[in-house]
Design a protein around this ligand. Structure first.
Ligand SMILES: Nc1nc2c(c(=O)[nH]1)N[C@H]1C(S)=C(S)[C@@H](COP(=O)(O)OP(=O)(O)OC[C@H]3O[C@@H](n4cnc5c(=O)[nH]c(N)nc54)[C@H](O)[C@@H]3O)O[C@H]1N2
Ligand SMILES: Nc1nc2c(c(=O)[nH]1)N[C@H]1C(S)=C(S)[C@@H](COP(=O)(O)OP(=O)(O)OC[C@H]3O[C@@H](n4cnc5c(=O)[nH]c(N)nc54)[C@H](O)[C@@H]3O)O[C@H]1N2
Ligand code: SF4
Ligand SMILES: [Mo]
Length: 727
C-alpha cells in the first residue's frame, strides 16, 4: 500500500526545520526565491552562465541559464555548488587584526584602514615607494583589475604590482604576442566543432575546462580526430585517436619532431607561409636540426607516433589546436607555446571556420585580468608600461604626469624573492594565496614571516592571510557589479545578486577608501559605480591591442556578451580573429619563432630519480580556499594523493592506498598512493589544491621561464619511500 506522503510543513511543525536541510536564508519548507540573477560562475575561464537564486539577500541556490550561448545551461560540479560559499561559517564578516597570543580579532574598518595606511606610509618613508608590493588576482572582474592597476601605480605609487596570472597565463600571453601581436584565443569555441583534427597539448579539459569537452565531443560526432599530448591518460585522452604520453618538461622536443614530419612529408602550406608569415626559414632549420630519433629519446614518444601525429595534423583540411598549463607551466613555457603556434602556421589553418588555435584560459577572468594593467609590465588595453607612447596615452586618460607613473615592476615570484631578501618590506594582497600556489612553500613561508606589514583582502582567511597583520573582509563574485572576459574573449556581465554580509565590504570600496586615505582621491573620486570604472577602462584600452572601447554594459547584457577587440560602439565584436589574415604585428604577418630544445632545470639522478608533475582535479579549484569549504566537493576528493604507475609502485613495494613520502630538494609530503596505469611509469602526479603538509608546492622548484616568469610547476625531481603511518 502506498504511503501517504507527509508534508514538509507538517514535519517542520512537529520537529522544527532540520539544520542540515535549512539553506542560508533559513527558508522553511517549500519556498520560492525573491529573484533569479543571471550571472556567471565564479570559477574557471569558461565563465558559464548561471542563474543565482536569491532570497532575503542571500544566495540560496541556482538554476541553469539555458539561453547563455556558451554553456547552454550546462555546468560542472564546481558550478553547481558554487552558491554554497557565501553562507559558509568561515566567511569573513569583519576586518581583523592579528594579535600576538590571541590570533585574529575583529576590529573596526577605521582601525583596519588606518593601521594599513600608516604602515604603508612608514615603510615607504623609510625604504622608498617600491618597498611596498601589491599582489592581485584574476578571479577579480575587469573593473577591479583595472582599478588595482591604477591604485598600485597612482595611490601606492609602487612599481611592484603583479598578479596570480603570472602563475598561469603569462607563457601563453608572451607566446601569443610574439606570434600574433595580440594575446587571445584566436577563435570562439564554436569553431572547434568544425575541425577535422583537434590537438590538445597539456590540457586536462574534462576536469579543468569541462564545457570545452562538449565542443570537442560535438566535433567528434562529426568525425574529428583527436590527438592528446599529456603524460597521463586524462579523461579526454581515454577517447582519443592518438595519445602522446610526453615526459614532463620535454614538449618542445616533441613539437619540433612533429614540425619536422610536416616538413619532410610535404604537409606545409607554402603559399600561406610565403604570404602571411615571417621567420619560417629559421624555424624550419631549427626543426630540421633535431632528428626524430633525438626528439623521441628526449620526449619519450616513439618515432612512429611522432610521425603519426605529424601526418594526422598535416593531412587534415581543418584543425584546432588548444593548450593549457601542461606545456605552459615550464621554464620553456613560451617556447612550448610558440612551438604549438608554429604547427598552426605551418599548415596555414587559422582565421576560418573550423581552423584555429586557443590557449585555454584558466581563472575566471584570466583573460580580461591579463589585459587591463595589473601585470608588472602592463598598462590597460594590454599596453606596455615601458613604451613611451603607451605611457603617454595612459597618463592622458588618468590625468597624471609621466613622473607620477612608475615603471616596470617585478613579477609575483620575484616579489616573493625580494620579500625573502628583505628588499620588499610591506605587502597588500587581494585574491591570491601564494603560500599554497607559489613553488617551494617553505621558502614562501619564510618570506612572509619577514614582512614588516601585510594586509590581505579576502572573503576567507586563506593560508597566506594567516601571516597578515590586517585582514580586510572583502566581497564574493556575486556581491558586486562588473564584467569578466571568458577564455573565448567574450566580455560578459557579472551581476550583483546580494550585498556583502555583516561588516564585510565590496572589494572596490576597500580599494577606493585606501586611495583616498593615501591622499590620492583626485584620481579615483569620480568612480561612483562599477560601470564608471568600466567606462574609464574602455577609454584607457582604446587603441590598445585589447580594445574594449565599443563594449558597454548595455551591449554586453543585450547581446549576451561581446567579443573584444571591439574598437567602436557600432562594431560587432570579434568572435574569430584573423579572418583577413592581417596580424597585429608590425609587419601584419604571423611570426614563426624558432625553438631549440633546452633541458629542464632538474634531471633525475640517483638521489631524486622520479619526475613529479602537478595539476588539478575536477572538484577543487586552485589553492582550494573556496572548494575545500564546500562539503560535496570535498567528498569527491577529500585529500591529495600520488598517482603512480604499477611498475614504479612495485619497484618500491607500494600498493594502492599505501602511504608514501615524496621528497624533493625543497621539502616533502606524505600522501596515499593511487596506483593507476594511466600515467607514465617514470612520472608521478600530485594535485596541488591543499596547504601545509599536503601541499604539492612543498616539492616544486623556484625556477622560471626566462621570458614569461612562469614557474616550472610541471617538472621537479623527487624520491619516494613507503611509510607506515602518516606523520
Ligand atoms: N577543476 C578545476 N578546474 C580548473 C582549475 C582548478 O583548479 N580546478 N583551475 C583553472 C585554472 S586557473 C587553470 S590554469 C586551468 C588549468 O587547466 P589545465 O592546464 O588543463 O590543468 P593542469 O591540471 O594544471 O594541467 C593539465 C595537464 O597537463 C599535464 N601535464 C603535466 N606535465 C606536462 C608536460 O610536461 N607536458 C604536457 N604536455 N602535459 C603535462 C597534466 O597531466 C594535466 O593533465 O584550469 C582551470 N580550471
Ligand atoms: N604546483 C602547482 N602550483 C600551482 C599550479 C599548478 O598547476 N601546480 N597552478 C598555478 C595556477 S595556474 C594558478 S592560477 C595559481 C592560483 O593560485 P592562487 O591565485 O593563489 O589561488 P586562489 O585559490 O585563486 O587564491 C585566490 C584567493 O582569492 C580569494 N578570492 C577569490 N575571488 C575573490 C574575489 O572576488 N575577491 C576577493 N577579495 N578575494 C577573492 C579566494 O578566497 C582565495 O583565497 O596557482 C598556481 N600554482
Ligand atoms: S566549467 Fe568552469 S565556469 Fe563552468 S561551471 Fe565549471 S567551474 Fe564554473
Ligand atoms: Mo591558472
Amino acid at each position: 500500500m502506498a504511503k501517504t506522503p507527509v508534508s514538509v510543513e507538517k514535519l517542520i511543525e512537529e520537529f522544527g526545520p532540520h539544520p542540515a536541510h535549512t539553506p542560508p536564508g533559513g527558508w522553511v519548507g517549500r519556498d520560492e526565491p525573491d529573484k533569479l540573477v543571471k550571472t556567471h560562475c565564479c570559477f574557471c575561464g569558461m565563465q558559464c552562465g548561471i542563474q543565482l537564486k536569491v532570497k532575503k539577500d542571500q544566495v540560496i541556490g541556482f538554476e541553469p541559464w539555458e539561453e547563455f550561448p556558451f554553456n547552454r545551461g550546462k555546468l560542472c560540479p564546481k558550478g553547481v555548488k558554487r552558491y554554497l560559499q557565501g553562507s559558509h561559517p568561515d566567511r569573513l564578516l569583519s576586518p581583523m587584526k592579528n594579535v600576538q597570543g590571541q590570533g585574529f580579532v575583529p576590529i573596526s574598518w577605521e582601525e583596519a584602514f588606518s593601521t594599513t595606511i600608516n604602515a604603508i606610509q612608514e615603510v615607504q618613508a623609510k625604504y622608498g615607494n617600491d618597498s611596498v608590493a601589491f599582489l592581485s588576482g584574476v578571479s577579480l572582474t575587469n573593473e577591479k583589475s583595472y582599478l588595482i592597476g591604477k591604485f598600485a601605480r597612482l595611490a601606492l605609487q609602487t612599481a611592484n604590482l603583479d598578479y596570480n596570472g603570472r602563475l598561469c597565463m603569462v607563457s601563453a600571453g608572451a607566446g601569443n604576442k610574439k606570434a600574433f601581436g595580440l594575446d587571445r584565443a584566436s577563435n570562439y569555441w564554436e569553431d572547434i566543432v568544425h575541425a577535422e583534427v583537434i590537438l590538445l597539448a597539456g590540457t586536462n579539459v574534462a576536469e579543468c575546462s569541462p564545457i570545452t569537452t562538449d565542443y570537442i565531443w560535438r566535433a567528434r560526432d562529426r568525425g574529428a580526430k583527436l590527438i592528446v599530448i599529456d603524460p597521463r591518460v586524462t579523461p579526454i585522452a581515454r577517447t582519443c585517436d592518438l595519445h602522446l604520453p610526453v615526459l614532463p618538461g620535454t614538449d618542445s622536443a616533441l613539437l619540433l619532431g612533429i614540425l619536422r614530419v610536416l616538413i619532410e612529408e610535404g604537409l606545409t602550406n607554402e603559399a600561406f607561409i610565403a604570404e602571411h608569415t615571417s621567420g619560417w626559414e629559421d624555424t624550419k632549420a631549427a626543426a630540421l636540426a633535431l632528428s626524430l630519433e633525438d626528439a623521441s629519446r628526449i620526449s619519450g614518444i616513439k618515432v612512429e607516433d611522432i610521425v603519426r601525429a605529424g601526418k594526422m595534423w598535416g593531412e587534415a583540411k581543418t584543425s584546432f589546436l588548444m593548450h593549457a598549463r601542461g606545456i605552459e607551466h615550464s621554464s620553456k613555457g613560451v617556447d612550448n607555446v610558440v612551438s604549438c603556434i608554429n604547427l598552426v602556421l605551418a599548415t596555414g589553418r587559422i582565421g576560418r571556420k573550423g581552423c584555429g588555435y586557443g590557449t585555454i584560459t584558466g581563472q575566471g577572468n584570466g583573460q580580461g585580468g591579463r589585459e587591463h594593467g595589473h601585470k608588472c609590465d602592463q598598462l590597460p588595453g594590454n599596453r606596455d608600461i615601458s613604451n613611451p607612447a603607451h605611457r603617454e596615452y595612459t597618463c592622458s586618460v588618468w590625468g597624471c604626469t609621466d613622473e607620477e607613473l612608475p615603471g616596470k615592476g617585478h613579477t609575483a615570484p620575484e616579489i616573493m624573492e625580494m620579500i625573502h631578501a628583505g628588499e620588499i618590506k610591506a605587502l597588500v594582497s587581494i585574491c591570491f594565496n601564494p603560500l599554497v600556489s607559489l613553488p617551494d612553500s617553505n621558502f614562501t613561508r619564510e618570506a612572509l614571516e619577514k614582512l614588516e606589514h601585510y594586509t590581505a583582502i579576502d572573503f576567507f582567511l586563506n593560508e597566506t592571510a594567516h601571516h597578515a597583520d590586517i585582514v580586510m573582509a572583502g566581497s564574493l563574485h556575486e556581491e558586486e557589479e562588473g564584467t569578466s572576459t571568458s577564455a573565448e574573449g567574450r566580455v560578459i556581465r557579472i551581476k550583483k545578486a546580494v550585498n556583502p554580509p555583516g561588516n564585510a565590504k565590496a572589494d572596490t570600496e576597500i580599494i577606493l577608501e585606501m586611495a583616498r586615505r593615501l591622499g590620492r582621491g583626485k584620481f579615483f573620486d569620480h568612480f561612483k559605480t562599477s560601470e564608471d570604472i568600466f567606462n574609464e577602462l574602455r577609454v584607457a584600452s582604446k587603441g590598445g591591442t585589447a580594445d574594449y572601447y565599443g563594449i558597454t554594459y548595455q551591449r554586453v547584457e543585450d547581446e549576451l556578451g561581446v567579443f573584444w577587440p571591439c574598437p567602436e560602439i557600432g562594431h560587432p565584436g570579434t568572435p574569430r580573429l584573423w579572418e583577413d589574415l592581417k596580424f597585429k604585428t608590425p609587419d601584419q604577418k604571423a611570426h614563426f619563432n624558432a625553438v631549440t630544445y633546452r633541458p629542464p632545470m632538474e634531471e633525475p639522478d640517483t638521489e631524486y630519480p622520479i619526475v613529479l608533475t602537478t595539476g588539478r582535479v575536477v572538484s577543487h579549484y586552485l589553492s582550494g580556499t573556496q572548494t575545500r569549504r564546500i562539503g560535496s566537493l570535498v567528498d569527491m576528493c577529500p585529500d591529495p594523493y600520488v598517482e603512480i604507475h604499477p611498475t614504479l609502485a612495485t619497484e618500491y613495494g607500494i600498493t594502492d592506498k599505501d602511504w608514501i613520502r615524496v621528497s624533493s630538494r625543497r621539502g616533502d609530503v606524505v600522501l596515499q598512493a593511487k596506483v593507476v596505469t594511466t600515467i607514465r611509469p617514470d612520472t608521478i602526479f600530485i594535485p596541488y589544491h591543499w596547504p601545509g603538509k599536503k601541499a604539492a608546492n612543498n616539492l616544486t622548484i623556484r625556477f622560471y621561464d626566462p621570458i614569461s616568469g612562469i614557474p616550472e610547476y610541471k617538472r621537479a625531481c623527487v624520491q619516494i619511500e613507503k611509510v607506515v603511518e602518516p606523520r
